[in-house]
Design a protein around this ligand. Sequence first.
Ligand SMILES: CC(C)(COP(=O)(O)OP(=O)(O)OC[C@H]1O[C@@H](n2cnc3c(N)ncnc32)[C@H](O)[C@@H]1OP(=O)(O)O)[C@@H](O)C(=O)NCCC(=O)NCCS
Length: 287
Amino acid sequence: MAQPETDVFARLERFYDAVPRDATVTEDIGEFVLFVRQGPGWPYYARPRLGADTPSAADITAVRRRQRDLGAPEAFEWVHETTPDLLAVARSAGLEVLLAPLMVLERAALVPDLPLPNATIRFLDPSSSRFATDLMATRAVGQLGFGAPANAAVPVGVRAAEPAGPRERDSLPPLSPELVEEQRSRYASGRFTGAVVESPTEGVLASGLTQRVGDVAEIAGVATLPSARRRGYASQLTASLARHALQNGVDLVFLSAGDDDVARLYSKVGFRRIGTACIAEPAPSEI
Ligand SMILES: CC(C)(COP(=O)(O)OP(=O)(O)OC[C@H]1O[C@@H](n2cnc3c(N)ncnc32)[C@H](O)[C@@H]1OP(=O)(O)O)[C@@H](O)C(=O)NCCC(=O)NCCS
């Protein structure tokens, strides 16, 4: 039976609060909790504390000051349905807010595994000697993929650049050994599960991962090299990550889509929009 949406939002809130904690220390600032990363890796954001009131503009200013002091990005995230009044507060405090479709998997609607053209899906194994190479390839694919959104407009009169492919992927700088080891332990603990779409001749063409806390998992970082798009790679990779999570005891799989076009792709895989994830940073005029 489908769970009531309110229960899903409460579970998502607990997930978002838990997920950064094994790599951060927290600071309570007003109604926010700021996650401060310890060690290598991508810095985290501030979000409303569990059960807190709506943060104020003064709370936002205080968090931004602290983030600047720490050299961390001035980043905020929350779920609109859980903290609805924060959107107006954030905008009035000078933040630009991305409204990302928040989607949950409808288990019965999950598409079956289908063969991919010239490629197969492989899960990353943290105990394998290939792990560091795989991690580098997935990071490079993510960087090139997110650097070239699917619907990026090319100005009239400008010839579209050749889409980035395996050559560009292989020319990005390597990851630090500290980061590789930090990631290896997070994969080994089951917190992260990564998968790639791999071609026998061109290597890793698409990548994505699941982060899991208890029986909730978020699919994130799904990206396809610009040279390998529209072959079904991201759709099938997302379906495989979701199926793998379900087969390993997860019963709520969710994601936030970058925009409505990407949300359409995920809805074809079996996800349904339930709300909006807000991702905020200072508007360009505020930096
Ligand atoms: C969004 C993104 C991951 C999609 O990757 P992709 O591998 O091209 O995705 P798919 O091939 O599975 O699907 C893309 C489209 O191609 C279509 N398609 C799938 N197989 C196809 C085929 N063999 N021939 C033609 N079209 C095909 C899909 O139906 C889908 O169409 P739609 O956009 O109208 O829904 C990719 O554009 C990307 O990396 N973007 C930047 C990063 C990003 O936004 N990631 C999502 C984060 S939430």
